[in-house]
Design a protein around this ligand. Structure first.
Ligand code: FAD
Length: 470
């Protein structure tokens, strides 16, 4: 247990409400989002400014504490959960939520990294601009966490991942120094692109305190369709055709399996009113910033093309905002549907878009061979080749017991299939604490060695999020 004196300098630096030690208050920060790990911490630190972050990093070094940066604590892999025995303080950026500037000529948003993603989206919207980073956790995740995990989300097909949206970054380094590169500059060739090192680093190299994000013109119109897929519909070719036929106006192309839709229907009792074809379903959305384009006509033409190719059996166009929301609600409640059915073991794999169908076929064959009794729920963002390949816990089976059994065997068969197809065993969630062993098992040794060299040279004392990723 820490002595009161060990934390006294942090109380002086951060003032009232800046240091939480009461377990009743720290519990929600130390428990991971999926309730798989109970972490522990001497204190949760809640700085209000970049200077306070610099100060607390210096104090932590002097006091022999480790630090775990935390945003909204929605990580699926225990990335923001301090490990018992490591004497790690949580640094929550939840009080650093300032919008620093919205710039309609540079199309940029500069803000603190503690801002909730949905608030950042609203700040852009208020100026007639659009921040395309969007994911199910957007009401609680924070930009620092989105950058720490290089979040993707629902519009990656058109706009890319968090890493693609960053123009400038501000990071407090493990010695308390500040790397400030908060530029709105698009072309900037002055050596290594250092900011990219900190994106996807899961808080292991420094604490991101500020960011400049790229924005786009606000969307003036949307056209949304729920598409029922024919058996054997080739997903990669469909996604490519849709992009071509719509002049690349596709912002969302979400694959939803029939079984995922069934889980949502079972949870809602009354059904969703939407159907999947034998090949599943796709939620397709086109957006445009100009109202001069007849987006509905573009979508209709594109759907006719898909039907002519016999890839689509039927499609429903959202006729109102309410209908559009209802379609989205189905996509967004799949995780709840899985929970309602007794939970699921999640595999967060990615393959090159061109290999999605091949992976689905291999996965189905593996399942039929090894776990024929298990229900599958597959859905994902086709734009980044990221599929949630989830196995529903069979009725009567203990969730943790089933999870351990799958992770010991079947999961590796799936990972091997993904890797053989040029993919990855971790796409959306990162490595965190739960996938450390998988990184060692599957990563190219040269890559691992390089990662360790980077970590040692930038954080020689291992202060930043030790135990996560490496
Ligand atoms: P946290 O969980 O707090 O932290 C995540 C990691 O980032 C940790 O390693 C942490 O140490 C580090 N970190 C946090 N803040 C900082 C900082 N300021 N500086 C440096 N490092 C920091 N992910 C996707 O990619 N696409 C999705 O579509 C998607 N959908 C999701 C839907 C739901 C319902 C949920 C619960 C999660 C989803 N995720 C998705 C997972 C996603 O990684 C997180 O939701 C989000 O990006 C993490 O943000 P956070 O603020 O909660 O970070």
């Amino acid at each position: 247990m820490p002595q009161h004196d060990d934390l006294a300098p942090f109380h002086i630096l951060l003032g009232d409400g800046g240091v939480l030690t009461d377990p009743g208050m720290t519990d929600r920060y130390t428990r991971d989002h999926r309730d798989l790990m109970q972490g522990s911490t001497p204190a949760v630190l809640r700085p209000r400014s970049v200077e306070e972050v610099q100060g607390l990093v210096r104090l932590a070094r002097a006091g022999g504490f480790g630090l775990v940066p935390q945003g909204g604590n929605t990580s699926y892999v225990g990335g923001a959960t301090p490990e018992p025995g490591r004497r790690q303080l949580i640094v929550s950026l939840e009080r650093m939520t300032r919008i620093r500037a919205v710039d309609p000529l540079n199309f940029t948003l500069a803000c603190d990294a503690g801002i909730i993603l949905a608030d950042a989206q609203r700040a852009a919207e208020a100026e007639g601009l659009f921040l395309p980073l969007s994911l199910g956790a957007e009401g609680s995740c924070r930009l620092g966490g989105n950058l720490g995990t290089n979040a993707g989300g629902l519009q990656v097909l058109r706009y890319g991942m968090a890493r693609d949206l960053v123009l400038g970054l501000e990071v407090v380094l493990p010695d308390g120094a500040l790397f400030s590169d908060m530029r709105t500059l698009r072309k900037n060739n002055i050596g290594y692109d250092l900011k990219q090192l900190y994106i996807g680093a899961e808080g292991t190299l420094g604490i991101i305190t500020g960011v400049v994000l790229k924005l786009w013109p606000a969307q003036a119109q949307r056209a949304t369709a729920w598409i029922e897929l024919a058996a054997g519909a080739p997903i990669p070719e469909m996604a490519a055709t849709v992009r071509r036929e719509t002049s690349d106006l596709v912002s969302t192309f979400e694959l939803i399996s029939a079984s995922s839709l069934d889980l949502v229907a079972a949870m809602q009792g009354a059904g969703t009113g939407l159907k999947a074809g034998p090949g599943g379903a796709v939620l397709l959305e086109l957006t445009a910033s100009s109202s001069r384009i007849d987006l509905d006509a573009v979508l209709m033409g594109c759907l006719e093309d898909l039907m002519e190719r016999s890839w689509v059996t039927d499609a429903v166009l959202a006729q109102s905002e309410a209908q559009r929301r209802a379609m989205w609600a189905v996509r967004e409640t799949i995780p709840e549907g899985e929970k309602h059915a007794g939970g699921s073991v999640k595999h967060d794999i990615a393959v090159p878009i061109s290999n999605i169908t091949a992976f689905l076929e291999r996965g189905a064959a593996l399942l039929a061979e090894h776990l024929p009794e298990v229900r599958l729920s597959v859905y994902g963002h086709v734009g980044d080749g990221n599929l949630h390949y989830n196995l529903v816990v069979p009725q009567g089976r203990d969730r943790l017991d089933f999870t351990r059994a799958i992770e010991a065997d079947f999961a590796h068969r799936l990972y091997a299939a993904a890797i053989e197809l040029g993919g990855s065993f971790s796409a959306e969630y990162g490595i965190g604490r739960f996938k450390r062993d998988l990184l060692v098992r599957y990563a190219d040794p040269a890559r691992l060695a390089l990662m360790e060299t980077v970590k040692r040279s930038l954080d020689p004392d291992g202060i930043m999020n030790a135990g996560a990723m490496l």
